[in-house]
Each structure stands twice: as C-alpha cells, then as structure tokens.
Design a protein around this ligand. Sequence first.
Ligand SMILES: Nc1ncnc2c1ncn2[C@@H]1O[C@H](COP(=O)(O)OP(=O)(O)OP(=O)(O)O)[C@@H](O)[C@H]1O
Length: 299
Amino acid sequence: MNAIEVTGLTHVYGDVVAVDDVGFTVAEGEVFALLGTNGAGKTTTLEVVEGFLRPAEGTVRVLGRDPRTERAALAPSMGVLPQESGLIGELTVAETLSLWQRLSSRKDSPAELMDRLALAHRADVQAERLSGGERRRLDVALAVWGRPRLVVLDEMTAGLDPESRQRVWALVEDLAATGTTVLMTTHYLEEAEALADRVAIMHAGRVRVAGTLSAVLSSRPARITATLPPGFPALPAVSGTVDLDGRALAVETEALQDDLHALLVWADRHGLRLDGLNATQASLEEVFLELASARMGAA
Ligand SMILES: Nc1ncnc2c1ncn2[C@@H]1O[C@H](COP(=O)(O)OP(=O)(O)OP(=O)(O)O)[C@@H](O)[C@H]1O
C-alpha cells in the first residue's frame, strides 16, 4: 500500500503558483526525498501532506485518509518536523519531552532520545537558551517520538554540525529499518544519497525528475577522464562527446560501459597507459544543477 498519494496537486498563494500539478506516491516503509531549489514548492507540498494547507486543486491521501479533514485520526500515526521550530521557549529539554510523553498517544523514552540526539547534557536548559542546532535536534526528537508509522521531515538537518547530522541520519535510518515511512526535504544532496530510496527534484512548483537514485543518475551522461600519453595515436570511435584539450581527454557518454571498453581496448592495442583514468556516473549534484540552470534559463 502507498503511505502517501499526491495527484495533480496545485497550491497558490495570491497570484504565486507555489505548487503546480505535482504528483508522487510514497510506498509504505519507503524513504522519499523531495529536493529542489529555494522556493521550488517543497515546504508547501509537505504542508498539504501534513494537512495544514488546503490545496487549490488535486487530491492527497495519507495512510488512506484526507490529511486536512482527518487530521485528528492521522495524528497518532504521523510525526511532523516543520521548517520552523514550534518549541515552547520557557520549557527545558526534559520538560518538553515529558510534556510530549503526556500529550502523545505514542510512548517513548525521553532519556533514550536525549542520549541519541546528544541532548542529555542540556536536559535542564530552556528551549529558548539552546543553540540553533540543539533546538533542531529537540524538534527532531518530537517528530520521531514514539516511532510513528509516517514521519514528515522538512529540512531536518538544517544548521546542524556534521556530527549532529550523522546522529539524525542514524535515527532516520533506524526508523526506516523498522518500517516507518519517511517523507523528507533537504538541501544536502548527500543526505538524500545516504537515506532516500527514491527522490523527486522540484523546480518552480513542478516535479522535474523522480525515481530511484540510480535511475535519476543514469538519466544523465556519465563522464570518462584520462591523461593521454605524448604522441598518442588517433582515438577510437566512441558514442559519447569527446573533449580533447592537449592530452586531457574527457568523454561525456550515455554508454559508459561501451565507451570505456573501446578506450581500454584502444589503449591495450597500442600499449598505452591512461594516467588518472576515471569513469563516473553523474552525481546528484550535477543532475540538480543542470535541472535548475536549464529551467531557469528557459523561464
Ligand atoms: N505564506 C506564503 N505566502 C505567499 N507566498 C508564499 C508563502 N509561502 C511560500 N510562498 C511562496 O511559494 C513558493 C514556494 O515556497 P516553498 O516554501 O513551498 O518552497 P521551498 O521549496 O520549500 O523553498 P525553500 O527551499 O527555500 O524552503 C515560493 O515562491 C514562496 O515565495
């Protein structure tokens, strides 16, 4: 079953079309990352999924329910991390978690969560006195409280140092391993690479590319680079685009295996060494930047 089904979603603020005919599904137990440029419509999409916004058009089902009209019924199954912190400034970390213990129908261990998110030494500090990263970690603790069936995480590691980011990743990996569905946004592409089963890249309100990470990456040309030896003979025929700058060879290709094979056979036949030979798939960052710049240019 799909945990989330979004079809034809459009949302407008005044005359700004923030989300324009967006559709995607997230299977139960899947980690799905929405990526995109600033203002692409990610938070708006999440807020519709969370039931906070009524879309202008389209349908959204979350765990089989309408998140706007059935929010109360969904609450026990869904944890939400908004982009902006919603903590009560006067409450300490420990008080915040024990309040959650009383309010939530899900049970969890404040001590364990504080430990996992490196907040134990800050247990008696008021939320308003925490650092930005500590507040974010406390927000994350509330979102994952009691291992909900579904968590929606908007920029969960924004402003976190690398060690804290690793802790949050470990928490999300652990949730996913026990079957929680995760819908997340992030500006850190390595975060999507580390955690997500599938990604969708949004730009200007639309989903431009979606799929598994390997499908998204293989939709873009791969690259072979090498330094050719002095006086190298004529290059072999390859299907990709060859860029030769002196002895520096770069080939952009949709057929990485075939073109690499052709180059290696050619080098072998002529007894050549290809210094610094490197063959790589496009990175998520390349896909992202290419989409953003192409679409902006076209806009
Ligand atoms: N409350 C609002 N009123 C008017 N316009 C809004 C409002 N919230 C968002 N927008 C506009 O809607 C568009 C999408 O914004 P949204 O916050 O969904 O994007 P985002 O992808 O989450 O961006 P970011 O990565 O910067 O957080 C932007 O053009 C934004 O300026």
